[in-house]
Design a protein around this ligand. Sequence first.
Ligand code: G6Q
Length: 548
Amino acid sequence: MFKSDKNKTKAWKKLESEYKRFKKVEMRDLFEKDDKRAEKYTLELDDLTFDYSKNRFDENVLNALLNLAKERKVEEKRDAMFAGKKINSTENRAVLHVALRNRSKKAIKVEGKNVMEQINKVLAKMKKFSDAVRYGEFKGYTGKKLTNIVNIGIGGSDLGPVMVCEALKRYWMKDINCYFISNIDGTATAETLKNLDPETTLFIVASKTFTTIETLTNAKTCRKWLVDALGEHAVDKHFVALSTNKEKVEEFGINPENMFEFWNFVGGRYSLWSAIGLIICIAIGFENFEKLLEGAYAMDEHFKTAPLNKNMPVIMGLLGLWYNNFFNIHRYCVVPYDEYLKYLPSYLQQLDMESNGKGVDKDGNFVKYSTGPAIFGGAGTNVQHSFFQLLHQGTDIVPVDFIVPAISHNEIGTHHEILLSNVLAQGEALMRGKTVAEAANELKKAGKSEDEIEALKKYKSFTGNRPSNILLLKKIDPFSLGQIIALYEHKVFVQGAIWNINSFDQMGVELGKQLALNILPELQGKSFALNHDSSTMSLIKKIKNLRK
Ligand code: G6Q
């Protein structure tokens, strides 16, 4: 699309020249010249503030980026998603996580059928069941209240629920505890089950396909653990399934009445708003789950209706693309300054990297430009004491998103003020940097000798001009969390639309599911390893020897 002459679009070429003009411009100068910069480049939605002023752009760059969005038909593509068009081209599916949180009375149709009816039906079932568990009406087999809720799922059937449950821990019902088993490593199951009482444990087997080997193996182990303790008859009172595949659920041995359905138009990594969110409902209550949906819906409406230059996901997506494709920066960091959001970076890692880690465009051509960046992150201030060194002084620039609530759920002494001052200081330091002369000056003020100043001044300097966004919210609550998640979903959408890739399939993940199935019987000695490279062959042999 972009690199070959045939496809190099007008807006893209303009951005290339903008990059040449702008690459050396220092953000600190832009701030000095324009005291309205922050005001100009801050967007608000309800209590959410998105300050993107500490990025390397000016009005001309921004206009060129917005033109690129127009040229790549981001708005038309967005509207096609909301209208239920089959934009997941390789799987011939609509992409309707937005329908799951459609709080309006408006119909959303796929092939003429209003999907809102089935969505609302399942939501009603989730409300009924989660209330019944929470208030002890749906009891375990021996009549005890189910207080330990274990979600068994992996990837999209795990990361969303675990991230949201952890983020909203303050909203959990007092006597309910949530656990998550995802890894096939037996340790995950063993360590979870060792403290649980079968009589008070509810297992939620979450799998869109109900064929994922990790989830089915973990679920089988948990089922056996329960049956060994309480007998086969107990299963109906302790196992529910979340899936699109009724047959497989039945085949596994879960009563289809205990199944909460969702549909192929919901991608795994976009599924926390569907039945996959059942553990969230049980933990925080259906009313709070609805607030999460409402927050996402508010962001959906914003994305749908705000003009491109006032549209948070659009601006966020465009700036990311500006660094990725013009500065050649292919990494991105997300740092929530909130302990409750500690799983957000892992969640976003999947959302972004699985959606936009693609190398073939929607016209079937190998792309000749960079697509999704590598995403990493962790909770601040912890990560300031680990990888921030590289963010400040490494040779590679890494754009950062800081996410921070103004009010903590745990306002103890000055903890939160210290945390807030840290996040602001980090953004400022990355932007401003410290020149060698400034470093020398500081050393002088600290009473260092001329020799010491000479020896240290470069080490103490910071190039600065390193971009960051700040997402400031009032408090982490279901509504604001819904907004943030939807913001990132749509940011990923915007970038995928411009790169002309399908953000909604995951052939790379599916490869892993197939490959391991070939090696398993070889490791088990049920077949011989023949067609592998010499490294894999020798490792198979070594593992077999070590396990003898
Ligand atoms: C998400 C991916 C992937 C998926 C898991 C689990 O978009 O498709 O992470 O969620 O592989 O799949 P199942 O839900 O089918 O078990």
